[in-house]
Design a protein around this ligand. Structure first.
Ligand SMILES: Nc1ncnc2c1ncn2[C@@H]1O[C@H](COP(=O)(O)OP(=O)(O)OP(=O)(O)O)[C@@H](O)[C@H]1O
Length: 586
């Protein structure tokens, strides 16, 4: 099963898609936000307008009544501007948070639907960073870019309109240079997107590295690898900084370009306007109002200049987000799939073949074997013989290239995932526990289970006594991956979880690491209880398991080379005899 590389998306298409899928539904908040933005723009233009009467009628004319009116008008305008600013900021942040919450939910649901093969191919931290780094960046873009585009564009229009109304020729002089900034802004925007892409991907790498290091901290210490790991972290941090600096440099360069253009425009306005005032062809009040407008124009122009940088960051985040979202699951539920019909639990592999992508040799080849209903079949074989691969086909973690896996005569590809997974309990080599209470770990996926059921499962798994000896009994939090428990205790918790699930089919990938004899005895007892009354397919690594199995299938290079019971195979199958004599079956 291969996953095609996602196509490169055109930027505008991505933005349109986000608007269609997530922003349109936010229209009431957006509409209110736009009203507030218009309020900011109107108040800003009003400040410039008020300068003319302030200068002409109050400072030059000495009109006291007008002074009082202006004394009232200025605070009203500033308060209006402040309130409108507050409103648009709160509303646009609300929109940003809601959009990102929806994106996160959509991404989570999509990843839940993705097949195990795809998820196994991905770096976990890379996927996590889609939720964290990328979508946080997208939120920033949504809030700051919409604010800039709404408020600053409206303010710009208000002020530019004011300039033209105040004096046409001065307005042309003030504005003629600004379009020159467009080209560098566009060119630098491309660099900004590349920098954002690099930053996001390196951040995912850093997250992955840190998780790996802290998970393997014992190994790092004992192998004295802290220097090596530190260098790896420092290298990645350096790369992130480099990308961030590039973004900052782009933003600063745009500011510089705008600053220079503004300076030239301002000088031209002062010189030309000053000449006209002294020649008596321009009213000083108008000139004063004009200069104020040009000043007020600086901030929105500078923010708008940088909006492309922020937008590019968001587009890069969107690209990464949709790349995951648009990758279809390689393995789907069949249209019109029916629920698995309950039966005695007979499992059959029929001529099953599978070759992993990128591999030449098949992992399984024409594999045919049965697990009798309610019985135990053990798969044994050398490392790499295909045992775990065979196990993974039952819950459809993968599908075979050829052949069928049948549960009570029903092809597992014809039934719903939910009904299939309901029928299966899985105990894997790596004991998977959550940093939660003992109760939550046993009742995982069984939120309806009451204390009695949990305790009963723990008793059957020979776990109840050690659980009761823990500081808070069933409420004890066991630490990441059950770090506060012994190996045997962890295994018994996992067995209790499978017992509570009470599924008719049990898939068991036996742990290869040995426990001390007493733990081994307790775990074995718990497994025996778990197997009772269930159909069990076990990848066996222990002699005791194969001795108790109803049938043993010996796998070699993905094929069944012999089947039978222990004593029989010892005599008839040299490979089996060799496995029993070696560490493979201890
Ligand atoms: N995700 C994968 N991608 C490519 N090849 C794989 C993958 N998983 C397993 N293989 C290959 O498929 C073959 C069968 O592997 P599998 O894990 O099923 O063997 P196994 O008998 O369970 O081995 P072990 O006892 O060591 O766990 C091996 O050659 C292995 O390298």
């Amino acid at each position: 099963m291969t996953h095609a590389r996602p196509p490169a998306f055109p930027a505008l298409g991505l933005a349109r898609r986000l608007i269609r899928e997530h922003l349109v539904s936010q229209w009431p908040w957006m509409a209110l936000g736009i009203v507030c933005m218009l309020g900011v723009a109107a108040a800003t233009a009003a400040i410039a307008w008020l300068m003319e009467p302030a200068f002409n009628e109050v400072f030059r004319g000495g009109d006291r009544q007008r002074l009082l009116e202006l004394g009232l008008a200025f605070p009203i305008v500033f308060i209006t501007k402040g309130l409108a600013n507050y409103g648009q900021r709160t509303l646009m942040n609300k929109v940003g948070f809601q959009v990102v919450a929806r994106c996160r939910a959509a991404l989570y649901d999509h990843l839940q639907d993705m097949d195990i093969a795809y998820l196994a191919e991905q770096r976990t931290a890379g996927l996590v960073s889609r939720f964290t780094v990328d979508l946080a960046m997208l939120r920033n873009t949504i809030t700051s870019a919409t604010m800039a585009l709404g408020r600053d564009v409206a303010t710009l229009f208000g002020l530019v309109g004011t300039l033209f109304v105040l004096d046409l020729s001065l307005a042309v002089i003030a504005l003629v240079l600004f379009p020159l900034a467009g080209l560098p802004i566009m060119l630098l925007g491309r660099a900004a997107r590349n920098a954002a892409r690099g930053m996001q991907s390196e951040s995912g790498r850093l997250d992955g590295l840190l998780v790996q290091i802290f998970q393997a901290i014992r190994l790092v210490r004992i192998y004295n690898a802290d220097g090596f790991e530190r260098a790896r972290v420092a290298g990645t941090v350096e790369m992130i900084h480099r990308h961030m600096m590039r973004t900052e440099t782009v933003a600063a360069s745009i500011s510089l370009v705008l600053e220079v253009l503004s300076g030239i425009a301002f000088a031209a306005v002062v010189v030309y306007g000053g000449l006209r005032v002294s020649a008596g062809t321009l009213d000083p009040g108008t000139f004063f109002a004009f200069v104020t407008s040009v000043f007020l124009l600086y901030q929105p122009v500078k923010r708008l200049g940088k909006v492309n940088v922020v937008a590019q960051e968001g587009l890069s985040a969107l690209e990464r987000y949709y790349a995951v979202l648009d990758t279809p699951p390689g393995l789907r539920e069949k249209a019109g799939a029916q629920a698995l019909r309950p039966g005695p639990g007979a499992l059959r592999f029929e001529d099953v073949s599978l070759t992993y992508p990128g591999q030449d040799a098949p992992a399984l080849e024409s594999l045919t074997f049965e697990v009798p209903a309610g019985g135990t079949a053990a798969l044994v074989g050398r490392s790499g013989a295909g045992k775990s691969t065979a196990l993974s086909l039952v819950p459809r973690f993968r599908d075979p290239d050829r052949g069928r896996v049948l549960l009570d005569g029903q092809d597992v590809r014809d039934v719903t995932f939910r009904s299939l997974w309901d029928a299966i309990a899985l105990v894997t080599q790596d004991v998977i526990l959550f940093d939660d209470t003992v109760r939550a770990n046993i009742a995982f996926g069984r939120l309806d289970a009451d204390d009695d059921a949990v305790h009963q499962a723990a008793r059957a798994a020979a776990a109840h006594d050690f659980i009761m000896a823990l500081p808070q009994g069933y409420d004890t939090v066991i630490g990441e991956e059950g770090g506060r428990l012994s190996g045997g205790q962890r295994q018994r918790l996992v067995i209790a979880r499978a017992l509570l699930k009470n599924a008719p089919i049990l898939l068991l990938d036996e742990a290869t690491s040995a426990l001390d004899p007493e733990s081994e005895r307790q775990v074995r007892q718990a497994f025996d209880t778990l197997r009772q009354g269930r159909t069990c397919l076990v990848v066996a690594h222990r002699l005791a398991t194969v001795r108790n199995a109803d049938v043993i299938h010996v796998l070699d290079d993905g094929k069944v080379v012999a089947s039978g019971r222990h004593e029989q195979l010892l005599e008839t199958c040299p490979l089996y005899a060799a496995l029993c004599a070696s560490d493979a079956l201890a």
